[in-house]
Write a protein that binds this ligand. Structure first.
Ligand code: NAD
Length: 280
């Protein structure tokens, strides 16, 4: 056996290196903070070239600089801006391998008897249409590139259990599961995998602010939210979810290690949605 071929060297480098996304090009919507930012860091540590697409220009730019990536202003509710974000990746590195459709907002609450259609449509434009835009333009680019690809979409435990969030949010996250399944069916023939993640109770800025509103306590800090979630929800008592838990799950779906996984929803919730008895 010839141990000096470049193929053999590549294999050794891959075994010795933790870089599970070496040379891959990724776009992360909503990548400036929270789960998206944690994932951007994990992707970069694993050798990916990351484009952060967000509306938070200052933090997004600074994070992109710190991980050797690119930042692009992109409101996911606007199709042309998502298309441009994908183009930034292609113009930069000539390809797109990974699309993480992560951008989302939490609001708008209230009773179904008072639901405001304008507010509902605003939420759907970001949480749902944003994902449609992301899958559409990633798929076009990946099909043209003929290298396959992996698309990951952010759903939520709210898609699985009622009463966790606003009706609009729940609706948007449930629709994402269906969209991911149906696009996985269409795109598999091109070697493109489409999967969802459903996190629960991860103390991002979004969740902390929701808990502050819910508990009427603006002083509540992320570690306190984490322990509340850990105590009330997780089967792993005293262990609330962390941003990195979600980032590592996304890394798996983004890497070749999940090469036979598509149309799947990976729930990251410490067992919360599996155990009614633990909810009290
Ligand atoms: P976050 O608020 O910390 O991050 C959301 C990111 O999306 C921010 O960077 C924000 O600027 C960006 N964003 C918002 N509107 C946008 C738009 N129109 N265009 C582009 N970017 C936009 O919240 P997070 O918890 O990190 O949320 C990330 C995703 O995870 C969301 O889709 C959320 O619904 C989902 N999620 C989170 C949890 C949790 O426990 N934190 C649970 C279930 C699902």
């Amino acid at each position: 056996m010839d141990h000096n071929t470049s193929e053999t060297k590549d294999t050794f480098v891959q075994i010795l290196s933790p870089q599970r996304l070496r040379g891959k090009v990724a776009v992360i919507t909503g990548g400036a903070r929270g789960i998206g930012a944690a994932t951007a860091r994990v992707f970069a540590e694993n050798g990916a070239h990351v484009v952060i697409a967000d509306i938070l220009n200052e933090v997004g730019t600074s994070l992109a600089e710190s991980i050797g990536g690119r930042y692009v202003q992109c409101d996911v509710s606007k199709e042309e801006e998502v298309e441009s974000a994908v183009k930034v990746a292609v113009e930069w590195k000539g390809r797109l391998d990974i699309m993480f459709n992560n951008a989302g907002i939490a609001g708008f609450g209230g009773s179904i008897t008072n639901i405001r259609m304008d507010q509902m449509m605003t939420l759907l434009a970001i949480n749902l249409h944003g994902v449609v835009h992301g899958i559409k333009h990633a798929a076009r680019t990946m099909i043209a590139g003929k290298r396959g690809g992996t698309i990951i979409c952010s759903s939520s435990s709210a898609a699985i259990m009622g009463g966790l969030a606003s009706h609009s949010y729940t609706m948007s996250k449930e629709a994402i599961l269906g969209l991911a399944r149906s696009t996985a069916c269409e795109l598999g023939v091109h070697g493109i995998r489409v999967n969802c993640i459903s996190p629960h109770g991860v103390p991002s800025e979004m969740l902390v602010s929701e808990f502050q509103k819910f508990l009427g306590n603006t002083e509540l800090r992320p570690n306190e939210v984490s322990s509340i979630v850990g105590e009330r929800g997780s089967l792993l008592r005293g262990r609330g979810g962390r941003l990195e838990d979600v980032a590592q799950a996304v890394l798996f779906l983004a890497s070749d290690e999940s090469g036979f996984v598509t149309g799947h929803n990976l729930v990251i919730d410490g067992g919360y949605t599996s155990a009614f008895s633990q909810m009290s």
